[in-house]
Write a protein that binds this ligand. Structure first.
Ligand code: IMP
Length: 422
């Protein structure tokens, strides 16, 4: 495997964690390039469940180097907790993790601002994870952020943090939120900074050195295409570039060093938080929730569920340059008699075969469906393409064709071995 970018082709939670874990087998380095601990990748190794938020799930495989790139926003205290959690499960972290010096830091005022802004928005809220992601990226763009390299510099961190707390306390007061004590924020984050110091590096230089020596690098995306700050359903998006371009800016690896883009999509659609989801359907939501599926790895929220949206995934294929698709959660559809796929949208007298940019128009869109016969047997035990029921094969082929890319992986359960490579 040369350099591969993996992206979510829907609204996040596509099951990327498992596919990343499978592709990591053929990689030397795994890099996370955007987002923060709003993400949560769930990976099962044997019966043990691991949930990682900031650290690439490659950490679960021996001998892989995991990198948190410059495009990520890092909550230092959360990251320490995550490292400690992995160590408690006897995962080897030391020697296998690098943190970018230039990644921005998420501080308690970011979380508090995130919460207050959501409250003030009322029914127009985004439904954020309240992890401070939006405010941290706002500070980065406004050039008022603190980076990991600043966190490690005692004098600079103290001076800048003092100013930032003063200013943000004024804003928080105006918003009706609770103000923060400089002393406490300073102490706890400095402590976390000291803990993280051995992992911090110039990751851009390290990645290029490794690449020159022939290392195979996997760039793992967090969230999904329609949560992208530019290409998603703005304003109901996250604050980073979740599409393939984000892998370049978020790591310092240029586009001409990237060899392929793999898109991960579920065999149906889910979304957490607010914003349009044209194929949302209470029957499929009840079915999946009833099976104990589709609850968020980070917040535990029940995800909104709908039929597969081929218009959206075709768009994802286009903006990411997806070469291959991995389809996950096929087994979620095992009991259905008929399966719907959205192939267009209708709004008033207008039809769309693309996602309209005007969020009010998109919110009004109703899906135009085509139907497929279900297979009504369990696919969980299938290990090869031929072991899948013929209707399941037809369905998979059809949704990959609609989305205009090759189907390369089908996943029929959370375990590593429940993966069919085509
Ligand atoms: P934020 O990233 O916490 O600001 O949340 C913005 C939007 O992105 C909300 O709708 C969240 O539910 C959604 N979001 C953020 N991270 C994830 C994720 O990892 N999976 C799915 N949705 C996410």
């Amino acid at each position: 495997m040369p350099n591969t970018i993996l992206v979510g082709a829907q609204w996040g939670d596509e099951g990327k964690g498992k596919i990343i874990d499978v592709l990591t087998e053929d990689a030397d380095i795994v890099v996370r390039t955007q987002g923060g601990n709003n993400a949560g990748h769930t990976v099962f190794v044997g019966k043990q469940k691991y949930v990682v938020h900031l650290i690439p799930s490659g950490i679960l495989r021996k001998g892989k180097l995991c990198v948190i790139g410059n495009g990520v926003v890092i909550d230092p205290i959360g990251l320490v907790r995550e490292i400690e959690g992995l160590k408690a499960l006897r995962v080897k972290v030391d020697g296998g993790l690098l943190i970018s010096e230039t990644a921005h830091v998420v501080l308690p005022y970011h979380r508090e601002l995130d919460t207050q802004r959501e409250i003030l928005k009322g029914k127009n809220r985004i439904g954020t994870t309240k992890r401070g992601i939006g405010p941290a990226y706002s500070d980065k763009a406004a050039r008022t952020g603190l980076r990991v390299i600043d966190l490690l510099n005692e004098t600079r961190f103290e001076q800048v943090l003092r100013k930032r707390i003063k200013e943000n306390n004024e804003i928080l007061k105006a918003l009706g939120g609770k103000t923060l004590s400089f002393k406490k924020v300073h102490e706890t984050n400095r402590e976390a900074g000291d803990y993280l110091r051995p992992y911090v590096a110039n990751t851009v230089v390290r990645l290029h050195e490794a690449s020159r020596k022939g290392a195979r690098i996997l760039f793992e995306g967090a969230q999904g295409t329609f949560l992208d700050i530019d290409h998603g359903t703005y304003p109901y998006v996250t604050s980073s570039n979740t599409t393939s371009g984000g892998a370049c800016t978020g790591s310092g690896m240029p586009p001409n060093r990237m060899d392929r883009v793999v898109g991960v999509m579920k065999a149906y659609t889910t979304r957490v938080g607010e914003g349009p989801l044209p194929t949302e359907d209470s029957d499929i939501a009840d079915l999946l929730h009833g099976m104990g599926r589709e609850f968020g790895a980070t917040t535990g929220r029940a995800r909104r569920c709908g039929w597969f949206d081929a218009v959206a995934t075709r768009h994802a294929s286009m903006v990411n340059g997806i070469d291959e698709f991995a389809v996950t959660n096929l087994d979620g559809l095992d009991t259905l008699e008929r399966i719907k796929v959205c192939v267009g949208y209708r709004s008033g007298s207008k039809q769309y075969d693309y996602i309209p940019n005007d969020i009010e128009v998109f919110s009004e869109c109703k899906p135009i469906y085509t139907e497929f016969p279900g297979w009504r047997v369990s696919t969980e035990g299938a290990r090869t393409w031929r072991q899948l029921p013929v209707n399941a094969r037809r369905y998979l082929k059809a949704i990959a064709d609609f989305a205009c890319a090759e189907l390369s992986i089908a996943s029929v359960g959370p375990a590593r071995e429940q993966t069919i490579m085509l």
